[in-house]
Design a protein around this ligand. Structure first.
Ligand code: ZN
Length: 185
């Protein structure tokens, strides 16, 4: 399994990206802007951050260097957290897919209207296929299943089949919290 470890969710993304990726990065950035952000952003702000014991971001969304130097697209955000710590659902929705494979490890997909959100590398799952889940409800615990070199959550979000950059959603959530504070009691 050591062969697969550098492929996904490792620190290797920090390497300088080859120039030939610039086109891919540009294209990918444009893709992430495709959904109508004006309408979506206010709804994103209601989301719940999926990690309780946050330790840091270990890999961001977008093209990165994979094993053997070949480029790959990282379709989510990697959030490091202690092994066994809670993973929460970003939004209310329904569990539509249970995953257990070599890349994602133990994972699941939630559907919330036009959005699908995926959670990977879990240690345990606490929900069942078809179950309705509230935003902030515990889906599982952080693990090291699948292609990963350490305990973290791989969190990805799709809008009508198009991958979004989770950074954009997190920014909207932070902005909302700041606004709530400044106008709160
Ligand atoms: Zn990842």
């Amino acid at each position: 399994m050591a062969l697969f470890m550098p492929l996904v969710c490792s620190e290797t993304w920090r390497k300088i990206l080859p120039l030939r990726w610039l086109a891919a990065i540009t294209a990918f950035s444009l893709l992430s802007l495709m959904p109508s952000k004006a309408g979506a952003e206010s709804r994103w702000s209601q989301g719940v951050f999926p990690i309780v014991q946050f330790q840091g971001y270990t890999s961001h969304f977008g093209p990165r260097a994979g094993f053997s130097g070949a480029g790959e697209l990282h379709t989510g955000l990697d959030i490091a957290a202690p092994l066994g710590s809670p993973v929460l659902s970003w939004w209310s929705g329904e569990v539509v897919e249970m995953i257990n494979d070599r890349a994602c490890g133990l994972g699941l997909v939630m559907a919330s209207g036009d959005y699908a959100h995926i959670y990977c590398h879990l240690q345990k799952r606490f929900v069942a296929l078809g179950q309705r889940v509230l935003g902030g409800q515990r889906l599982g615990s952080v693990g090291v299943t699948g292609r990963t070199s350490g305990p973290h959550l791989h969190w990805g979000i799709r809008y009508r089949g198009q991958w979004l950059n989770p950074d954009d959603i997190l920014r909207a959530m932070v902005k909302h919290k700041k606004t709530a504070r400044s106008f709160g009691p």
